[in-house]
Each structure stands twice: as C-alpha cells, then as structure tokens.
Design a binder for this molecule. Structure first.
Ligand code: AGP
Length: 611
C-alpha cells in the first residue's frame, strides 16, 4: 500500500515524480503529494483524492516547482488518519526543513509522538509518518548528517517502512531506507532514482539495486552509498531489469483490466514454455529444489495466500490431492499467522502471491520457515520480498499487472499449479496425465475463442448490471471459480456477490432467492454436472434469475436458464482455467457499464503491505 518515489539529478524532478506516481497509482490512490527543493526551500504540494487533483495543483505552480532537480513523492492508501490534505505525504517537521514520504506502518508512533511533543514538536496530522519527520529533524539537529539522522531514527522506529527523506540544506541528497516494505534504486547517468516499485523507474533506467531490510541508501546525482543499520558499508549489487516500458501501456484498450484479460492466452503459453514440451515428456520444473526423494515422501502441504491468489491455491489443493494423494491445507495467510500451526521440516509450505509483497503472506511464510519447512513461492514478482524467502521459486511470468483486480496473474498461478501437480505426480510415478498435458497445450486457443465472443458477455452484463446482489454456485474443482467470479464482481462493481458450493445452497442461502437474485451456475461437464443441474432447478423453483456458464451443448438447458454463456468443451479437471475468463469479462463489463473506476476500485490497493 502506498507508493513512494524520489529523484535527484539534473532534470526537472517534478516531471519524473509525477510519472513515477502515475505508474505507482495501483498501490493506493486516496491522496498524494510531492516535496521539492525550490531555490533552497523545501516546498510541499499535496492533494486529497485521485492523483489528478495533485496534477492540477502542480500545473498551476509548474513554473516554480519545475526549478527543482530533487524531489520525493507519495501516493497514499490511508492507514492512520483519513485521506485528507493534512494527512497526505510528504510530512515535515517544525522548521519545515525535512520532508519524509513513507510506505508502511510505524507501530510505536504513539509513544514516539508523545516523546517528541514533550520536546516541543508540533504535529499537524493524524499520521504515524509525521513522527518520522520530527524524529529525523531532531537527529539531524544533533548530527548535521542526514544519513546518520535517518540511521539513528530507524533504531527507534518499530514496524514496517520504506522511507525517503530530503533536507532543505542538502539540495542534492536523498536518504532512503526500508524494513518489511519494498524499495528499489534506479541508477542513471548524473541522476539517480528510488521507488517502491520498478514501474516508477523503468522508463528512465533499467539498472537497478534492490535495497534489503535495515539498509540505508544515500543518493546524490553521481553517487550511491549503502550502509546497514550499524553503519557498516554494504556491497552494492546491481542488476538489469528485464522490463519494457510498453508493458505499462493500455495498448489501445479502454482499461488495463481489459488488456490484461486479453493477454491471457499468451500468458498461458509463457508459463508452459520450456516446462511442458510434449505430452509424452515429463514436466520440467527445475525451480523446485526440494530433493525428489523428500518430495515423494511429503506427508503434508500447506498453502497460504490471500484474495485471488487464495482461489488459485484452492484449485492447486484439488489438483495435488487428486494426482498425488498428499493432503493439502489451504488457508488465508491472515488466519494462518494468528494460530498455532502444525508445521515442521516434513511440511512443504507454498506461498502464492501476485505481488510478492502481501504482508500477511510474507509473515506466514516466514513463520513456516522458522519451523524448518521448505518454502515454495509462486509469484509474478521474482524480485519481491516474498521471493527472497523462497527455497524454491516459481515465477509465473504473467508480466506486470496494473489493474487492481487480478486476472492474468490468476491464470498464470493456475497453470503453475497444474505444472506443479503434474510434476509432483510424475516424481511419485503415480499417474499418466498425458490427456491433461495435451489439453494444457491447446488451452490458449480455447481462451481465444471465449474472448472472441466477448460482446455476448457484454450484453449479459448490461442486462444484469443493476441487480444489487449476485450468487455464483459451483461444486468440486470449480468452487474456487465461483469464489473468484464473485470476488471480481464485488471488487470492481461493488455489487454484493457471493460464491457458494452449490450443495450448500439449500442449507441457508436459498432463503435469499427470489426474482431479484441472479444465480450464476458454473456447470462444466464432469462428475458434478448433474448435481449442479439439480441445485440449479432448486434455485429456479424459488424464482431466481438463472444464468449458466457451461461447456455443454445440451439444448434442454435453455428451459432452465434465462441466459447461457457457452465456452468450448474442456475436461472438468482443466475447466477452472477456462470458466474464469467469462466471469472476468462479466465483472469488467458490469463495472464499465455502471461507470465505476475499473482499474482502481475504491478502498483497494494492488499490493496490501499491511497486516
Ligand atoms: C485480486 O483481484 C485482489 N485485488 C486481491 O484479492 C489480491 O488477490 C490479494 O490482495 C492478494 O494479493 P497478492 O496476490 O499480490 O498477494
């Protein structure tokens, strides 16, 4: 949550800060601000609401602001204090000489604030961050060295943070540091950059350096100094980022979400590439470093994840149990970390995360790691904090996902689970999965067929857009698809949508059914088809507005269902990877029809870096 960016060099800092904040907008968007040094004075510009409000203020003051060649910027997802101008970052100290931007939560801010107030500091906001500005200013008063002031401040701060700090008397220095929040430095010629995430840098430089926890980095236009919290120099490891700026463009689509939905056939091809070459060859998964003998003897697997990644994990459970006969528990990371978990060195713990920065999942995998479990991370960001906790790392290669609602990363996680489950089954020598392998190879074409009929789903979306509630039902391996369809709809259209196992309907939810309730049955051919059909009959008998999502061509379905979304025929085991596509489109078109902010839904952020 929250994005930070900093620039020091020879260009107009404001342009780089605004570009950086625009590309970090997915991290939070309830207020924003920048601090620049204009002719020896630190000036703050802040706005509540979307980034455009800050851009408007900057435009009015551009001739003044653009004189600065140093600056820091912030885009906020509020934790402490409402999203007002006062609470927007950057924050400053009494004398106004220090400016700070922060991503994370300062847990001991109340104690720090009381201490600082007793020394005469006057607070102007309700944020935890303002304590850092006062604390750094106090330490600077004692040391006259900004790096040292930040270092000493971090010794007193508890919690999670990525911080960027500037001082009025130092017009070419930014000091930044992190603990449990991401921070990356971009290295240029006569200029340097720092940010929460790569998209803020990539159009300026591909040379990057990831900052580790408790390291402090000092940037000038021509130098980078890196130390640890005890003031020891740290070796600087730079790398070339494998990203192209074009990945951040909408490429003609109205929204990133629609573009990312359309990228899914190629995402599937990418994930399979090099791992599944032919149906008569074994899956190659070199990323799994767990010894094959240990893998064979695993007695238990736990998977931790949140949101959409959790739904992919539920499909993963089904596959691993089905093919390998190993019991798999799936749990939301936020629950896993607050109970006594039975985990040991014979347990494989899998963390699944698009961003690799989800605080709950990071804590969960660290907890399991401390008990000796092998940690396998499935993530779209091999450069993330979570990836660095991995014993085995499976990057899902979906490319950058900008829309807050996850789509292509979900399909990439699903395909990774199919490969992992097949790989494990082959190591165990338990089953022949050549039919599934063949189907995986032709899956992209089937997804393309669904996308080619998107106008039908758009029509359906218009018909149902004004309903207040929605129910998705499924059984077996598509129960997670029902959960994911409902999550997509509620997060971008704010419609109250819930996924149920179809068999549970009659144990309570059926009481809600009448002609104001659409029920979407995920009715894929296979062993639970008839059961879901009867559950759908039961719902129809209560006057629910019935929609089917099916690969069946049975014309009798026309009597039961008011609308039918048809997808190409597919085996039940692989059907979650196809059935989810129309549900993503349905949510997209409903949101778009209702005029909602599709890519940046209210109250959400792409990376949830607070517990
Ligand atoms: C997905 O559409 C959501 N925005 C959200 O549930 C997300 O999946 C969740 O926050 C987990 O994020 P992660 O995959 O980056 O860990």
């Amino acid at each position: 949550m929250c994005g930070i960016v900093g620039y020091v060099g020879n260009k107009k800092a404001v342009d780089i800060l605004v570009d950086g904040l625009t590309s970090l907008e997915y991290r939070g968007y309830d207020s924003s601000g920048i601090a620049v040094n204009v002719e020896g004075k630190v000036e703050l510009f802040k706005a509540a609401g979307k980034l455009q409000n800050l851009k408007n203020i900057i435009e009015k003051n551009y001739s003044e602001i653009s004189k600065s060649t140093i600056g820091i910027g912030h885009i906020r997802w509020a934790t402490h204090g409402a999203p007002t101008v006062e609470n927007a970052h950057p924050h400053s100290c009494n004398c106004g000489k220090v400016a700070v931007v922060h991503n994370g939560i300062i847990e001991n801010y109340k104690e720090l604030r009381a201490k600082l107030e007793s020394k005469g500091c006057t607070f102007r906001s309700q944020t935890d961050t303002e304590t850092v500005a006062h604390l750094v200013a106090t330490k600077y008063g004692e040391t006259h060295d900004l790096t040292e002031a930040v270092r000493l401040a971090t010794k007193e701060i508890e919690g999670a943070y990525a911080l960027c700090v500037i001082h009025q008397d130092l017009p070419d220095i930014i000091v930044a540091t992190r603990r449990n929040a991401p921070l990356v430095v971009g290295l240029g010629e006569g200029e340097n950059f720092v940010a929460s995430d790569v998209p803020a840098l990539i159009q300026y430089t591909k040379k990057a350096m990831y900052i580790e926890d408790n390291q402090i980095v000092t940037l000038t236009p021509d130098s980078i100094k890196l130390i640890d919290i005890d003031n020891n120099p740290v070796e600087q490891k730079t790398e070339m980022l494998p990203w192209e700026p074009v990945a951040l463009s909408k490429m003609g689509y109205k929204h990133f979400m629609l573009k990312e939905i359309h990228e899914q056939p190629d995402v599937v091809r990418n994930v399979l590439s090099g791992k599944l070459r032919a149906i008569d060859e074994n899956v190659i998964l070199k990323e799994v470093t767990l010894d094959r003998e240990k893998l064979k003897d695993l007695s238990r697997i736990q998977i931790v994840a949140c949101g959409t990644s959790l739904h992919a994990a539920l499909v993963g459970k089904y596959l691993i149990e089905e093919f390998c006969g190993i019991p798999v528990d799936v749990e939301p990371s936020s629950e896993y970390i607050y109970r006594k978990t039975i985990t040991d060195k014979n347990t494989l713990v899998i963390g699944v995360s698009q961003s690799g920065e989800t605080a709950d999942t990071i804590t969960a995998v660290r907890q399991a790691k401390s008990k000796g479990s092998h940690i396998l991370i499935i993530t779209n960001r091999p450069d993330s904090t979570m990836a660095r906790e991995a014993d085995s790392l499976i990057p899902v290669n979906a490319g950058i996902e900008v829309s807050v609602a996850a789509t292509k990363s979900y399909i990439a996680q699903l395909i990774s689970f199919y490969l992992l489950a097949i790989y494990m089954a082959e190591v165990k020598g338990v089953t022949d999965l050549s039919d599934l392998k063949h189907e995986l190879i032709i899956l992209p074409q089937k997804i393309e067929k669904v996308l080619a009929h998107k106008e039908d789903i758009q029509k359906l979306a218009r018909k149902f857009a004004n309903f207040k509630d929605f129910i998705f039902i499924a059984r077996g391996i598509n129960f997670p698809t029902a959960l994911e369809g409902a999550l997509k709809l509620k997060e971008i259209s704010y419609i109250n949508a819930t996924g149920y196992t179809a068999g549970e309907l009659k144990h309570g939810p059926i009481a809600m059914l009448d002609d104001s309730m659409p029920v979407l049955s995920i009715l894929m051919s296979g062993k639970v088809y008839d059961k879901i059909l009867s559950n759908s009959e039961e719902a129809k008998a209560r006057n629910a507005r019935m929609i089917a999502l099916t690969d069946s061509t049975d014309t009798k379905l026309d009597e039961l269902f008011e609308c039918i979304i048809r997808v190409p025929e597919i085996s039940e085991i692989l059907s979650p990877a196809l059935a989810v596509i129309p549900l993503q489109l349905l949510a997209y078109y409903i949101s778009e029809f209702l005029g909602k902010d599709v890519d940046q839904p209210r109250n959400l952020a792409k990376s949830v870096t607070v517990e």
